[in-house]
Structure formats: structure tokens, C-alpha cells
Design a protein around this ligand. Sequence first.
Ligand SMILES: N[C@@H](CCC(=O)N[C@@H](CS)C(=O)NCC(=O)O)C(=O)O
Length: 214
Amino acid sequence: MSYVLYYSPGAASMPVHWMLLEMGVPFDARLVDIDAGQQRDPEYLRLNPAGRVPTLVVDGVARHESAALLMLLAERHPEAGLAPAPGSAARAGWLEWMVYLANTLLPAMRDWFYAASDGDPAGAEAVRTLARRRIEEACARLDAHCAAGHDYLAGDRLSTADLLALVLLRWTRNMPRPATDWPHLTGYIQRLRALPSFIEVSAREQLTEWRNDA
Ligand SMILES: N[C@@H](CCC(=O)N[C@@H](CS)C(=O)NCC(=O)O)C(=O)O
């Protein structure tokens, strides 16, 4: 099995980067500087026509979409235990969280950060207002899950849903109401940030913000 991850620090590629480190599988990492517009270089567009990160080249074939990549990796490496097995009690909850994070929270994040460039700048304020509401609703939902006594999103162990959730929550750090503002969510965030693989991915991506020691 061979993997080449095209990533940008702290971006939607981060949960995939984190998962590869958590599993301890070999991979190559290639930086795509999205601030410099490298996601639109013709060479990169051949790998990812949408011009976005992540791209994960799996055995020579370029694959996209962070949530799909996490689920694909979980399927290819069941021994890592980062997804509840099909038919297990925790499986349905894991599927729900993966889909919710990918089709509700992640698009709201995209709207928050890209409203003016993805759409008409004149309407950006209204888009961001709705995005903020959706993001805060998601934080409240995650907070309620933690308040109910759950240490993880699916079952009683770490899964891809936690990796995706944590990276999305990280993006709230400079928003009007950051995820750390929710009382139960903040404990969840601190627990996951203490994982050696999170510390490692933050170091490899040279992220200095949003660490337990920062
Ligand atoms: N749905 C995609 C979203 C990917 C995405 O929006 N990535 C952002 C970085 S977080 C990106 O590549 N932005 C550069 C751009 O849009 O020009 C996924 O989950 O992989």
C-alpha cells in the first residue's frame, strides 16, 4: 500500500495527515501552499481538478474529499480500529457523525471562510451569518454529546469522526464563539489535543496555535 498526501497546514487535509500518523503507516507528504495559490497550479489540478486539499494518492490513484479519505483508510486498515466494525453497536453512530460533520459542519465552515470568494461578495455577510449559526448549532450538538458522558463521538474509543471533528473545531478558534467556549466540548478538545499523534501532526504542519501547551 502506498500513500502520498498533498496537504496544507491546518486545512481539510489535517485529519487525514493525523490518521496516517495515528495508524503508523508509511506515507509521503507534499505541501500545497494554498496562500500562494499552489492548489491552482496545472500540475496539482491534474491530481485534483477542484483545486482543493486534501488529495491522497492511493496506490498511484489520486483520491479526494477528507471524510471519504478517512473512511477509505479505516477500511484499508481495520487493524487500526479507527472505525467501528460493520454490524457493531457503535457503527450507526459513527456513520451519523461522519455524514453530519461532512455535509453540515464542513460546508458551513467553507461558507464562513470563503463566502466572498465562492459567491457574490455583496451577499457574503448574509452567508456568513447563516454559516455562523450552523457552526454554533454543531458545537451545541457536540457539547450535548459530551455532556451525556461520552468521551468519543462513536462508541468508547477514538475514531475517524473524532479526528474530523477536532480539526473542524480547531477552525473556530478565531470565530466570534470558539468551540472551547462550550463547557463540555472544551474537555473533549483538550483530551484529544493531548494525543501524541495530534501533537505530532501539529508539529509536522508547524502549527503553533490551539495546542494544550499554547
Ligand atoms: N469537501 C472538501 C473541502 C476541501 C476544501 O475546501 N479545502 C480547502 C482548505 S480547508 C481548500 O483547498 N481551499 C483552497 C481553495 O479553495 O482555493 C474536503 O473535505 O476535502
